[in-house]
Design a protein around this ligand. Structure first.
Ligand code: ZN
Length: 491
């Protein structure tokens, strides 16, 4: 191998350089990269494994040159002092590894700075997740705000690899891996808040799809009165969860606010005299007074295995994050039959279909009728921004829709768009609900072999308010729009 001087190449310090740990471990660094080849400087012969890794990473020809060990140390030294001077928090990261302080960050290292600013901006705007993808033309960064994805940055295509590597380093992932999906997490401290960021990276045809899900550990959770449950529904919901045993289910698709609702219920029920246990995936809010358990499939801690153990401790109230399979369903039903109050969620389209769903999983009708005390179906709709809300004329289609459900209005509302809502006319979200509470008559119907629509008809006749009607009433009172209700509650 030909010996060269690092000095002569002036390799990039941060941008497009391998992560510092990689440089240190393998005593090699990237000297130069062109469209079809990479020049790597190394202090000793490179092992076949590392050579393979580099080939996969770059996907182009690699030339190796020998560099002096002392010169590499000097280069590393200057790099570290450089960063310490320019970016105190980066130095903290290098020292502690597990903890990232990004609030006081001031650095001109372009990629580090860019990733930090994407995170900080996302946190400030209270996004639920950040999507970063690369296509044939650009690197696209999108935020999900109030359930809707919005493009925030369009960057050059070349920025993507740096961003991806930086996120992998932060999440302790293998930065050389570009062919297999990887999952990790990052803990970020910003002001006095702590954020748990779930990182998911999946290879796609043009590169990778990166999704960061943000969880604010210190976020103030909503109370039961702040969910959007109103009047009679709220009273009946309270009557449901103040029982001492039975099964209460919340249903809806992913991202419909089920966890927020159950969390509000548990917060209401907390008391010194009750033992409350929750099994969650992931733990989204920290709730004092509740023993919260995080599932971990990698080590065999699934909903059913944890629930089995929890039952031996004989708690009063159990929350199971989700019923996905027969094992979990059976355990939840058994717990509810033996003196526990059990809350859980199911993926079904409305409240009544929980019965069909449980039957399809293999639970007998008579057991369901014995334990099921009620089910709440919910969706989230965007709220009209109250800074720019105005009355609007009611359209023909809107009037017809309202009339179909026995409603009417002289006018409706919309957001004009202002600074507060980024011109969208919406700010925040609220729930729309459909609640059924069981009684002896309904228990008999569930235990019989009646069809789902028959059960539904029966409940509607007895005054159960449909999801769409709850939503349309909220549109009439100016909370949301008819369009929002139609979007989430298609009948
Ligand atoms: Zn507004």
């Amino acid at each position: 191998m030909v010996r060269v001087s690092i000095e002569g190449f002036k390799p990039e310090v941060d941008r497009d350089q391998y992560p510092i740990e990689f440089v240190k471990t393998h005593s090699l660094l990237k000297l130069k990269e062109t469209r079809d080849s990479v020049t790597v400087g190394t202090c000793s012969p490179v092992s076949a494994v590392v050579m393979e890794e580099l080939k996969n990473y770059h996907g182009k020809k690699i030339r190796f040159f020998l560099v002096d060990k002392s010169e590499l140390s000097a280069w590393l030294g200057s790099r570290l002092s450089d960063i310490t001077l320019r970016s105190p928090s980066e130095a903290v990261y290098l020292n502690h590894h597990t903890r990232l302080l990004i609030d006081k960050l001031e650095t001109d290292a372009p990629t580090v700075n860019l990733v930090n600013s994407i995170l900080i901006e996302g946190i400030r705007r209270e996004v639920s997740d950040i999507h970063i993808e690369v296509d044939a033309e650009a690197t696209v960064v999108r935020y999900r705000i109030d359930g809707q994805l919005q493009t925030i940055h369009r960057l050059t295509q070349e920025r993507f690899n740096g961003i991806s590597s930086r996120i992998k380093v932060m999440a302790n992932l293998n930065i050389m891996e570009r062919r297999l999906p990887q999952d990790g997490r990052i803990t970020v401290h910003l002001d006095s808040d702590v954020f748990d960021i779930r990182v998911s990276i999946i290879p796609i045809v043009d590169g990778e799809s990166i999704v960061l899900r943000l969880f604010n550990k210190k976020r103030k959770p909503l109370n039961i009165d702040q969910l959007g449950l109103q009047g009679d529904a709220l009273i009946r919901m309270k009557s449901l969860y103040h029982r001492t045993q039975g099964l209460v289910l919340v249903t809806g698709p992913t991202g419909s606010g089920k966890t927020t609702t159950l969390n509000a219920v548990l917060r209401e029920l907390r008391s010194e005299s009750l033992k409350i246990v929750s099994i969650e995936d992931p733990v989204e809010y920290i709730t004092d007074g509740v023993d919260q358990i995080q599932t971990n499939e990698k080590i065999g801690l699934t909903f059913d295995t944890i629930l089995k153990r929890v039952l031996r401790q004989d708690p009063n109230i159990i929350m199971v994050g989700e019923i996905r399979d027969l094992q979990t369903a059976e355990l939840a039903v058994r717990a509810a039959l033996t003196g526990h109050l059990v809350f859980s969620t199911l993926h079904t389209k409305d409240s009544v279909s929980v019965v069909t769903r449980l039957k399809n999983m293999g639970i007998e009708g008579y057991l369901i009728s014995a334990v099921l005390k009620g089910a709440l179906a919910q969706r989230l709709v965007r709220k009209i921004c109250d800074k720019c809300r105005v009355k609007k004329k009611i359209g023909h289609a809107e009037r017809m829709l309202l009339r179909r459900y026995g409603l009417d209005a002289d006018f409706l509302f919309q957001g004009k768009g202002c600074e507060r809502c980024n011109g969208t006319g919406f700010n925040g979200r609220t729930g729309i609900f459909e609640l059924f509470v069981s009684n002896e008559e309904i228990e008999a119907i569930i235990a019989s072999d009646r069809r789902e629509y028959e059960v539904r008809e029966f409940l509607l006749l007895r005054g159960m308010e449909r999801l769409v009607i709850d939503g349309l009433k909220k549109a009439c009172s100016g909370v949301t729009t008819v369009g929002e209700v139609e979007r989430v509650a298609e009948e």
